[in-house]
Design a protein around this ligand. Structure first.
Ligand code: T1G
Length: 696
């Protein structure tokens, strides 16, 4: 017996206990151990119990095995072997039974869980579909529409809902193994034998064509969900063995798809990104009470994110009325969490009574372990604030700025303790967006960097290390691909065509819709800030300045690239913008030309990849995966591509370089090929090779 599955005979019950920490992934040793355990149980027991050791039932197939040579027994055959066991087989579920874990449970004959357990088939979140009978057994066990919803969303289902749906038979309390043994003994006492799900009637067909189309539309380019719908359709038209074979073929096809490679890249790297070798063994400073300077949208959002993470927060504003306004904003955000069921009313009361206070005095920060400044984006304001913090904060307090582009080195220099200063760049709305750029200045101490990452973990953010350059990682790259979009507008594409093209690529919104949402005045201020040092060769679209001069800042003024009508979702393209663009083309002597959707997407993405490669090569991002995680969690990059540099690897870097070189013939200032990209192509390597430690 492999020690990945421990075997223990307890009376008439053979216990097969998973022992593959941390999540009992169904690797080869576990799969072999299950088969061996069943064979032994059939020789000496009257029932078999499958249970997870440690903190959880099986969390699914071992994703680390994907892409490696396949080793029998495969999970589908393990589940079928369980189902055909001559003894009744019971699963006892705690923690999470996900993917192949739930498929193992569906292969058993009876299922019991503790109330805190969760089950699910999240394969679509990896660009896959359940590949070990999940699409065939679940719709036999529960209503087919419910099965499709669970499979195509990949969501986790709590024990109570699982019981109500029929996924599990009972909910028990206490030690999972004791519950499982007692349930198995009861099954025997009641004279119950095996109850194969696969022998249950085929599910009743539903309108699969309509559901398939809806899955394609909702998936915005993703294919796994729609493919899974067709797999469930096979369950309606085939016996279990034939259905499982068809499902496996579909699974293997998806496993080879670029989308699955992209989503598996995202899965592992959203975890790897905050594990920096340089921080190994570096102890973060203790953070329990934090201060937030500023009660505006960002300050209140950061405050709420910290409060929801269990931190004590003191907000400081310039005077008592601003402090009250900030407190009201915090209260409003938290009441929104209560309304959405993310926070109980009692917890809200406790936070507002004990965990939060607003003040107009910096003295209130004298005990803060860490302070985050979220005030007006102007260097003079920041320096004044940090000088005050330097005076009032205790020794060892970490002083952070939420600035989105100002030089953190300069901010640090306005204090007597630059080693305690870093940037913590949150993304708006800060209590919703997962990304946190940890901006490390020249003098920032390693344990202060570690404290930034520890705070990110407490606040359940995806924390990414960034060096200090204009825009750090995300906004610097955004400026480049946004400029590329403006160049295409000057040359003939419309903002609306570009938005359509990039939503077809998989973004939730195109760049001009995003600009309208964020506020056109932000870009306007940036263009004015950079104008004095701008290179004469740089092409800058000025039509947008005319929109801002007319007070059209986007959604907040009801008009930007689009016209927004009260009560109506989305906006309507503004014909005035088209007129402004045409006028600018005439001034520049440009004869507009057509852009296909493919060309728009290709240019946009090449600009993004090229700048990202420079950010990595210059050391502002530690690895290509860091850039991928920034774009995924801060800029709505479609997860099924894994991030811009994973997308580039999947497309082929040589083709991307060729395209950039051809664009450079039109504009060799904007399109300067990244040297890292040239080196990778010359060496026949990928960005992922760099993630694995390769160098070029
Ligand atoms: N395979 C390999 N490693 C895994 C893993 C898995 N399935 N799940 C987690 N890990 C690693 C993870 O990378 C991390 O590693 C450590 O375990 C702790 O994870 C045939 C084909 C279970 C809810 O998609 O959702 O079954 O960083 O930090 O926050 O149809 O892990 O420590 O080195 O996330 O407590 C389907 C994925 C697979 C579940 C626990 N299953 N995992 O969350 O810990 S495909 C999934 C999760 C499949 C079949 C198909 C979460 C969790 P490291 P963690 P956590």
């Amino acid at each position: 017996m492999s020690d990945a599955i421990e075997y223990e005979l307890k009376g008439d019950i053979a216990i097969l206990r998973a022992n593959n920490p941390p999540v009992n992934a169904l690797g080869h040793a576990v799969r072999s151990g299950l088969i061996a355990g069943l064979e032994r149980a059939e020789s000496e027991a009257k029932a078999a119990l499958i249970v997870g050791g440690g903190r959880t039932f099986f969390a699914g197939a071992d994703i680390k095995e994907f892409g490696k040579p396949f080793k029998e027994p495969g999970l589908p055959s393990v589940c079928t072997r369980i189902e055909r066991c001559s003894l009744p087989v019971i699963s006892a579920i705690h923690g999470t039974a996900l993917g192949g874990g739930l498929e193992v449970a569906l292969g058993t004959h009876y299922r019991i869980a503790v109330s805190s357990a969760k089950v699910g088939l999240p394969e679509v979140l990896l660009g896959l579909l359940p590949g070990a009978g999940g699409t065939q057994r679940l719709p036999r066990l529960i209503a087919v529409e419910r099965a499709i919803e669970i499979i195509t969303t990949g969501r986790q289902v709590g024990a109570a809902e699982a019981l109500e749906l029929g996924i599990i038979d009972e909910i028990g309390e206490g030690d999972i193994e004791e519950i499982g043994v007692a349930y198995a003994q009861r099954i025997l006492a009641e004279g119950k034998g095996p109850r194969p799900v696969g022998n249950m009637p085929r599910p009743t067909p539903v309108d699969f064509d309509a559901i398939h189309q809806a899955a394609l539309t909702k998936g915005r380019g993703q294919i796994a969900q729609a493919t899974a719908v067709r797999a469930v359709e096979h369950a309606c038209n085939n016996d279990i063995d034939a259905g499982i074979k068809l499902e496996r073929d579909m699974f293997m096809a998806l496993l080879k798809s670029p989308q699955s490679q992209g989503m598996i890249h995202a899965f592992f790297n959203e975890r790897a990104v905050s594990k920096l070798p340089e921080l190994k063994g570096v102890e973060p400073r203790d953070v329990k009470a934090i201060g937030v300077i500023g009660g505006g949208t960002m300050g209140a959002g950061i405050t709420v994110a910290a409060l929801l993470a269990g931190l004590d927060v003191t907000m400081v504003e310039r005077d008592s009325s601003a402090a009250q306004a900030g407190a009201d904003r915090v209260s409003g955000f938290l009441q929104g969490s209560v309304k959405r069921g993310k926070l109980t009313a009692d917890k809200y009361d406790a936070i507002m009574a004990n965990g939060f206070r607003a003040s107009d005095s910096y003295d209130a920060l004298s005990n803060a372990d860490l302070v985050i400044e979220a005030a007006f984006e102007e260097m003079g304001v920041k320096k004044t604030i940090f000088a005050k913090l330097d005076r009032v904060c205790k020794k060892g307090a970490v002083l952070a700025s939420n600035t989105s582009y100002l030089d953190v080195n300069e901010i640090a220099a306005s204090t007597s303790r630059p080693a305690d200063v870093l940037g913590l760049h949150f993304f708006s709305p800060a209590h919703v967006m997962k990304l946190l750029e940890i901006v490390v200045a020249a003098d920032t101490a390693p344990d202060v960097v570690a404290t930034g990452f520890a705070l990110g973990k407490i606040m359940r953010k995806i924390a990414v290390r960034s060096g200090v350059c204009d825009g750090f990682i995300g906004n610097r790259i955004l400026k480049t691909y946004r400029t590329c979009a403006d160049h295409m507008v000057l040359d003939g594409a419309s903002p609306f065509e570009i938005d359509t093209a990039m939503t077809a690529f998989g973004f939730a919104m195109g760049p001009f819709e995003v600009a309208d949402l964020a506020g056109l005045d932000i870009g306007w201020a940036t263009r004015k800030r950079l104008a004095p040092t701008r290179d004469a060769r740089e092409r800058v679209a000025t039509y947008a300045d005319k929109m801002c001069e007319a007070g059209h800042f986007g959604q907040k003024t009801g008009q930007g690239y689009y016209i927004y009508e009260k009560g109506k979702r989305g906006g309507t393209p503004d014909a005035n913008v088209t007129a402004l663009i045409e006028a600018e083309r005439r001034e520049l002597g440009i004869t507009p030309r057509a852009f296909s959707q493919d060309e728009i997407q290709r240019r946009y993405m090449c600009a993004m990849v090229n700048e990202a490669a420079k950010v990595v090569d210059e050391g502002f991002a530690r690895r290509p995966l860091d850039v991928d995680m920034v774009l995924l969690f801060g800029y709505g990059f479609p997860r099924h591509w894994g991030g811009p540099l994973k997308w580039a690897d999947l497309q082929g870097l040589d083709g991307i370089l060729v395209d950039i070189q051809s664009y450079a013939k039109e504009d060799d200032f904007f399109w300067q090929p990244a040297q890292l990209l040239e080196r990778l192509v010359a060496a026949g390597k990928t960005f992922d090779d760099l993630n694995k430690g390769d160098t070029v």
